[in-house]
Design a protein around this ligand. Structure first.
Ligand SMILES: [Fe+2]
Ligand SMILES: [Fe+2]
Length: 206
């Protein structure tokens, strides 16, 4: 018990404070940096900060869900998806740096909240756990699309990162559906949208 607590706490600290690893190269790595005004760079950096914060939340959600899921097949699928989220974390962090921005100071708070939500979702059993995951991924997909429309037109480096992330998130939602995700009740979906609105609005500024 103590061992696993220490392990999870260590994971949390590494997620929030160190640079995440990646196997895949950063999408758009070979695309030339675009000419942008200061305002455009700042805006792109803020959008990438939101995406980075979202990935921090994804780490915590998956961590919470894997902690409480009992089915070894589902646990394995969660771990694979979590690894891809780790790569997203790496890419968004690097893009923030390239744009001269900074990570959100709210990351520890959002991490803690998401971990709690993941554990609670997991407690409801695998079908609801996966339902929650599928809905999260679908909302993230919609959100990434909005960001791609909002990024400065010429910022192809950021766009390539978001494109690949979107493909991965679609795959994660499909994975959850494939393993038997239940459709969530509408009020839960709306509550999730509302909480992500709070996160995205706050992380844009700080
Ligand atoms: Fe992701
Ligand atoms: Fe995902």
């Amino acid at each position: 018990m103590i061992d696993s607590l220490i392990h999870e706490f260590d994971k949390a600290l590494r997620t929030i404070f160190t640079t995440a690893p990646t196997h895949r190269p950063m999408p758009g790595e070979n695309v030339a940096e675009a000419e942008m005004s200061d305002a455009e760079r700042k805006h792109a950096g803020a959008l990438m900060r939101i995406n980075h914060c979202g990935e921090i939340c994804a780490q915590a959600l998956y961590q919470g869900q894997a902690l409480t899921s009992r089915d070894p097949v589902i646990k394995k699928a969660l771990e694979q998806a979590a690894w891809e989220e780790t790569e997203h974390l790496n890419w968004t962090e690097r893009r923030i740096e390239e744009l001269g921005g900074h990570k959100s100071i709210l990351n520890p708070i959002f991490y803690t909240g998401s971990l709690a939500i993941g554990v609670i979702a997991g407690k409801f059993g695998d079908k609801w756990n996966l339902g929650f995951l599928a809905e999260t991924e679908r909302q993230v997909e919609g959100h990434l699309e909005r960001h791609m429309a909002e990024l400065p037109e010429q910022d192809r480096r950021s766009r390539e990162v978001l494109e690949q992330m979107k493909l991965d998130e679609i795959k994660h939602a499909d994975m959850a559906t494939h393993h038997g995700a239940a459709a969530l009740p509408t009020p839960i979906k709306q509550a999730m949208k509302l909480s992500s609105k709070v996160m995205t609005t706050a992380a844009y500024y700080v």
